[in-house]
Design a protein around this ligand. Structure first.
Ligand code: PLP
Length: 407
C-alpha cells in the first residue's frame, strides 16, 4: 500500500466530528430537548413579535427597561459618531479610549471598589478573571447552580473544581477544611440565574475570611436591581473589597447593553490587565457600548422608581401566584420568578399554551437545569404594568392544572 492510500484508509476509520456532533443534536431532539433559534421579528420593551404574533415578553433580563431608553440610545449613537463603531484594536494596542476609562471609573465608584476593568462580555470577564487568578492545582469551590461560564473558567484555569450543593455552606466549609494549605477561590453567583434566589453572601464571606480563601461574586443579576442606588447584591450585603475581593457583573441584564466588568483593588486590576487573556487578546469593548453603558448606569443610579416598580411587581406576582396555587420558588425575591413544572415536555406544553394566550415565557429544560426541574422562567421588568402581571397570572392559573395533573 502506498503512504497516501494507507493514510486514506486510516482517515476512513476516524470518526467524522461534524457527523458526531449532528448525531448528538439528533439524540437530543429525539428526547424532546432539542434547541433551535426562533427569529424575534420585532418589538422593544415588553412587547415582542414571534411568528407574526405580538406577545407580552416575560423572558427578558432587561429588568429596568434600559435597553431602549432614549438616553441610552442617544449615548450609543453619539458615541459611535465620536469614537467609531468598533474599537479597532485591543485595549493595550490603542483600542482603549477615554470613554472606557470613564466607564471603569464610574463602575469602581458605583460598586465601592478602587478600580474596575471592562470586558466585552460576561463570559470573557469570568474566563479572564478565573484563569488569571487560578493556577493549575488551586482549589475552586463553586455553588452547583453557578452560571456555566464560572465553571468553564475554573476548568480552563486547570484548577481543581469542587461544586457544593446549592447553598450548602457546611459542605463548603468541609471542602476548605480538608485542604487548608491549598490556595482557594470561592466563586458564586450573587443572584442565581435560573432559580432567582440570592447567595448567602455574608455567611460565605465570613467562611472565606476564616479560612483564608478568596471570594469572587458574579453579580450579573444583582447589579442595577439590588442594593443602594442599584450597586448590586454585594453592596446590599454590605460587603467591601476585603470580604469580596473579586466582584464581577455584566452590562447585558439590568443595564440593557452588552459587556461586563471586574472590580476590586488596584492590584487585582493591574493583574488582570496583564494576565486576563480574554482582555489582552480581544478587541476592546465597542466604544458606543461603553458610552451607552455609562448612560445606563446614570439612569439606574438616579431613577429609583424603576427598582421600586420592579419590587412592587415582584411582590404582586408572588402573592398572586401563591393565591392561585402555582409552584413558586420559595426564596426567589427578585425579578427572576421560576415556576417549577418538573417534566421538560410539560414545561414546553405550558409555554406553548401561554404563547397562544399572548405571553412569551420560555420553558427552561435540562441540561440548563437539572433533570426533573424543568420550569417556566418568568422575569419581570419595571416596564410591565400590574394589569399585565395579573393577566399572566390568570393565564398561568388556567393552564397550570393541565400540565401538573398529567405530570
Ligand atoms: C448572563 C450571565 C453571564 C454571561 O454574561 P454575558 O455578558 O451574557 O456573556 C455570566 N454570569 C451570569 C450569572 C449570567 O447570568
Amino acid at each position: 500500500m502506498t503512504a497516501t492510500a494507507g493514510s486514506r484508509a486510516l482517515a476512513q476509520r476516524r470518526i467524522d466530528l461534524i457527523e458526531r456532533l449532528a448525531q448528538a443534536a439528533q439524540a437530543r431532539a429525539h428526547v424532546g430537548l432539542g434547541r433551535r433559534l426562533r427569529v424575534r421579528q420585532a418589538g422593544l420593551g415588553t412587547r415582542i413579535v414571534f411568528d407574526g404574533r405580538e406577545l407580552l415578553n416575560f423572558a427578558s433580563n432587561d429588568y429596568l427597561g434600559l435597553a431602549a431608553h432614549p438616553a441610552v440610545i442617544a449615548a450609543l449613537i453619539e458615541g459611535a459618531r465620536r469614537d467609531g463603531v468598533g474599537a479597532g484594536a485591543a485595549h493595550l494596542l490603542g483600542g482603549h479610549r477615554a470613554i472606557h476609562e470613564q466607564l471603569d471609573e464610574a463602575l469602581a465608584a458605583w460598586t465601592g471598589r478602587a478600580r474596575a476593568l471592562s470586558f466585552s462580555s460576561g463570559w470573557l470577564a469570568n474566563l479572564g478573571a478565573l484563569t488569571a487568578l487560578l493556577e493549575p492545582g488551586d482549589l475552586c469551590l463553586q455553588d452547583q447552580l453557578n452560571h456555566a461560564c464560572l465553571l468553564d473558567g475554573a476548568r480552563l484555569a486547570g484548577a481543581t473544581l469542587k461544586r457544593y450543593r446549592h447553598g450548602d455552606l457546611d459542605r463548603l466549609a468541609r471542602l476548605l477544611d480538608a485542604e487548608p494549605e491549598r490556595p482557594a477561590l470561592i466563586a458564586s453567583d450573587g443572584v442565581f440565574s435560573m432559580d432567582g434566589d440570592r447567595a448567602p453572601l455574608v455567611e460565605i464571606a465570613n467562611l472565606a475570611t476564616a479560612r483564608g480563601a478568596s471570594l469572587m461574586v458574579d453579580d450579573a443579576h444583582g447589579i442595577g436591581v439590588l442594593g443602594p442606588r442599584g450597586a448590586g447584591s454585594v453592596a446590599a450585603a454590605g460587603l467591601g473589597t476585603t470580604q469580596v475581593p473579586v466582584l464581577m457583573a455584566t452590562f447585558g441584564k439590568a443595564l440593557g447593553t452588552s459587556g461586563a466588568f471586574v472590580a476590586g483593588s488596584a492590584a487585582l486590576i493591574d493583574g488582570l490587565t496583564n494576565f486576563a487573556r480574554s482582555f489582552v487578546y480581544s478587541t476592546a469593548l465597542a466604544p458606543p457600548l461603553a458610552h451607552a453603558t455609562l448612560a445606563a448606569i446614570r439612569v439606574a443610579q438616579v431613577e429609583a422608581w424603576r427598582r421600586e416598580q420592579l419590587a412592587r411587581l415582584t411582590r404582586h406576582f408572588r402573592r398572586g401566584a401563591q393565591a392561585r396555587g402555582l409552584a413558586l420558588a420559595g426564596d426567589a425575591d427578585g425579578p427572576i420568578q421560576p415556576l417549577i413544572v418538573g417534566a421538560a415536555d410539560a414545561a414546553l406544553t405550558l409555554a406553548r399554551a401561554l404563547a397562544d394566550a399572548g405571553f412569551y415565557v420560555p420553558a427552561i429544560r435540562p441540561p440548563t437545569v437539572r433533570p426533573g426541574s424543568a420550569r417556566l422562567r418568568v422575569t419581570l421588568s419595571a416596564l410591565h404594568r400590574e394589569s399585565e402581571v395579573e393577566a399572566l397570572l390568570d393565564a398561568l392559573a388556567r393552564h397550570w392544572p393541565q400540565v401538573t395533573d398529567a405530570n
